[in-house]
Write a protein that binds this ligand. Sequence first.
Ligand code: FEO
Length: 397
Amino acid sequence: MQQIKLTENIYYVGVNDRRTDRFENHIELPNGVSYNSYLIVEEKVALIDPVEAGFIEEYLFKIKSVLHGRKVDYLIINHDEPDHSGSIAALLMEWPEIQVVGNAKTFAPLEAFYGPIENKKVVAEGETLSLGKHTLQFFMVPMVHWPESMVTYEQSSGIVFSNDAFGGFGALNGGIFDDQVNLAFYEDDMRRYYANIVGKVAMQALKAIEKLGSLEIKMIAPSHGLVWRSNLAWVIGKYTQWSKQESEEGVVVVYGSMHGNTGVMADIVARGAAEAGIKEVKVYDIAKTEVSFIMSDIWKYKGIIIGACAHYGSMFPDMTLLTHEINEFKPKDKVFGLFGGMSWSGGGVKTLAKYAEEGKWNLVAESVEVKGAPIREEDWDKLYNLGKAVSEAVLNV
Ligand code: FEO
């Protein structure tokens, strides 16, 4: 059997998930996702980060095909979330003597999920664990993505097993390493992963990147997506840019519309944005595009213009999740504009304005609320000028 080796004695034993519709049951996975796991076979055998429970048969087959009857000595849990830890019960049944390695914050949540774990080893910041010629060293990266998150660094190979950090959506389509694929294909799904999973803790992600900067890293092996061995500067650069929330030149127009009138308004707004000189103008119907894709573009671009028609005195209901997510994730250094249709009640723009106030959005133009359809010239002009004003703020003119 063809094994996938990172280096001598270090193997990739992860799995692809193309059958789960939504990650964490809410984020669409059109390209699937991988749950990466790694096996170090030495005097002692260490398994780093298991996989989601539903893939246990394929996973055990891969591990056993490397081990040829040897047992796993250490199971390293960098992160408790069930997309990684889900198969722990099955692994403990397979190798009951396995020693589960985590930090001081690992085991309370883990045992809350899976029951008592007899054979625990608690490691501290910087502590090492020798496997023979290979030595693992542990570094805490709290909140990337949960409080107990840590990374494992293998000293002789310079591989950092980074768990969620430097991960991305997208199953691994044959290419496991970054130099075996077209990176442009993975970049969007990496940013969507970042914007919806790690972005909420961007500052901690930045601290983790700075902490890892002191290590001599030759390879980054995350728990989702590609293994990085040839484009380390590229991926670290992308994660740093996203963690610092350095926006690119562009405007995202998102609208919610029951009968299409606020959608027509969105086109007028977008026209104003484009005429002002922005080439990247993205228009989304909130009822058609799942929020994680829109959040990814909101993370990327500086200008955000949101439109919502009225709905029973409030706003188009599908818009609620997006505005909630924007305020949860606190994207910084953005410029905003608001618009929408009044219908018979009004309330769309008013509700957006409440979210804007709560999230301290930087509104750079007067909000535009239109009665009925945008069939009056003054309404066209206001909407066009809203797009133009946001665009100009993006361009800083
Ligand atoms: Fe991939 Fe936070 O788990």
